[in-house]
Design a protein around this ligand. Structure first.
Ligand SMILES: Nc1ncnc2c1ncn2[C@@H]1O[C@H](COP(=O)(O)OP(=O)(O)O)[C@@H](O)[C@H]1O
Ligand SMILES: [Mg+2]
Length: 487
């Protein structure tokens, strides 16, 4: 089957989600649709699968124009889509979900549905319990169920929208294997993602969308730089990290106990050297934040010691930690980091040298202009910080940090940012590291932890693991530890 999308337009008010997109998809190919958040991928795929109608444009199947008024129309024509947020009915069992939408009505086909679930499941190594309620399934299992459902309905084109979000590493491996198998059996697979690595691993062709338009088309093997420049309109360069010799001990944490109303972190020992990056892994609320706050002087420990540059600062005020060159960048950029209502100029004025009581507005202006340029902030000196996008707020926070720091503590430094912004942020962080700043950071993105940390500690229920050398740990092992196994 050959699918041609011709000049597809879809506007939402002033937003040009799809701005004249043309695309061809062939059977037997895993075709990547790559683009950063907001590029228009989901919109285009919803149009192709009958969930949305285009303002203008044509869809051709084997050269013949088709008009889908509903997803059922598209499925009847052989096109099915797996959504990023599963659309199944949680109270039903896996079996009922499968029977749902199959010809003959939901409850007539239980026996047939059971067989289908078993055969198709077995073919792809999915272990789906037909009688489990869907609400008890993981995201990965729901996805497997939805795939089986679409295949049972006979689709020949399967669209997966960001399918690896929220699934485990083994489920991802299984999914990729299944997709290879499907393409070998002659199905067309459209794999929608903003993750370069996944597209590189899986696809043989890729179409890159940028701002509602096709930015380019590539065939494997893909060059990362080329993909990145198509996605973002410029080459970012590679920010590979260089190994650097570690310096003197910056931070020693000894048998630390910190309490919050809900959690006690205890028995923590950690030694951090200049230039070292330590990743704090774990589910949210497992104790990482308590350690960070204690090390930044923002929360008093109940026991143990914190030693900065050889000096015991346990229980000292936050300003003592500042004087020792410690800074904390919170995840809640607007609630804790920046001051809503104030402009960038005002932020730089307040962060500048305020000995004496006079703010030097001329200096603040110059500094704001310099930082806006240096840190690629999309905004002006008189832009209020709440009007900046998340990525630009994060850049502003980094720009506001003192030049010389011994220890930089960051909570989810790239959460919610697109790839380009994340890479850029890390580029700047690694520059500081090369100048000897030690970095502690939390992340829920295992790839980020493994990519940037020298050592990783895992938190679970108020306990911290011994540090793991990142060079010897895999994303899978990390996943198990975070799940509470082995601590
Ligand atoms: N139903 C909608 N109403 C208004 N704007 C929308 C709607 N759906 C998508 N958009 C906008 O269209 C643009 C493209 O969105 P989308 O297709 O979801 O991009 P992607 O999947 O590549 O992240 C975005 O700016 C998004 O906010
Ligand atoms: Mg999307």
């Amino acid at each position: 089957m050959k699918i041609q999308l011709r000049d597809i337009y879809k506007y939402f008010g002033p937003v040009r989600a799809n701005d004249g997109i043309s695309l061809e998809i062939e059977s037997g190919v895993i075709h990547g649709l790559l683009g950063e958040n907001g590029a228009g991928k989901t919109t285009l795929m919803k149009i192709l699968s009958g969930y949305q109608s285009a303002d203008r444009g044509t869809i051709l199947l084997n050269g013949r124009p088709v008009h889908f008024r509903s997803p059922a129309d598209a499925i009847a024509a052989g096109i099915g889509m797996l959504h990023q947020d599963p659309l199944d009915v949680p109270a039903f069992s896996a079996l009922e979900n499968l029977a749902l939408g199959s010809p003959g009505g939901p409850f007539l086909n239980r026996a047939r549905a059971r067989r289908t679930l078993e055969t198709l499941g077995r073919r792809f190594g999915f272990s789906l319990d037909p009688d489990a309620p869907v609400s008890s399934l993981t995201v990965g299992e729901r996805q497997q169920l939805e795939m089986v459902r679409l295949l049972a309905l006979g689709v020949r084109v399967i669209i997966l929208d960001e399918p690896t979000t929220g699934i485990s590493a083994p489920q991802k491996a299984l999914l990729f294997q299944a997709l290879h198998q499907l393409s070998q059996e002659g199905l067309a697979v459209i794999f929608v993602s903003h993750k370069l690595e996944e597209v590189q691993e899986l696809c043989s062709r890729v179409t890159v969308l940028r701002q509602g338009k096709v930015a380019g088309e590539l065939r494997a093997p893909f060059a990362t730089d080329e993909m990145v420049s198509l996605m973002f309109g410029q080459a970012l360069g590679t920010y590979g990290r260089r190994p650097i010799p570690l310096g003197e001990i910056i931070l020693q944490v000894e048998n630390l106990t910190v309490r919050s109303p809900r959690l006690e972190l205890n028995g923590v020992h950690l030694t951090v050297r200049a230039g070292e990056v330590i990743g704090l892994a774990g589910l949210e609320g497992s104790g990482q934040r308590l350690l960070m706050l204690a090390c930044a002087g923002l929360q008093k420990p109940h026991g143990g010691r914190i030693i900065l540059g050889g000096q015991d600062v346990t229980g000292r005020p936050y300003t003592t930690f500042l004087r020792h060159g410690v800074a904390f960048v919170p995840a809640a950029r607007l609630e804790e980091g920046l001051v809503p209502g104030l402009t960038l100029r005002e932020h730089f004025a307040l962060a500048g040298d305020t000995r004496g009581f006079l703010i030097r507005w001329d200096e603040a202006d110059a500094r704001a202009a310099q930082m806006i340029a240096d840190f690629n902030i999309v905004g002006q000196a008189d832009t209020r910080v709440e009007a900046l996008s998340g990525g630009n707020q994060q850049r502003a926070l980094l720009a506001l940090l003192p030049e010389r720091l011994r220890l930089l503590i960051l909570e989810h430094p790239t959460r919610g940012l697109d790839i380009a912004s994340s890479r850029w942020i890390w580029h700047r962080l690694l520059e500081r590291r090369e100048r000897g700043t030690a970095i502690l950071f939390t992340s829920t993105d295992l790839d980020e932890l493994v990519e940037y940390s020298d050592r990783i500690v895992v938190f679970s229920g108020g306990k911290m693991s011994a540090p793991l050398e990142t060079s010897r740990v895999t994303v899978e092992e990390l996943g198990y530890l975070i799940g509470g196994r082995g601590l």
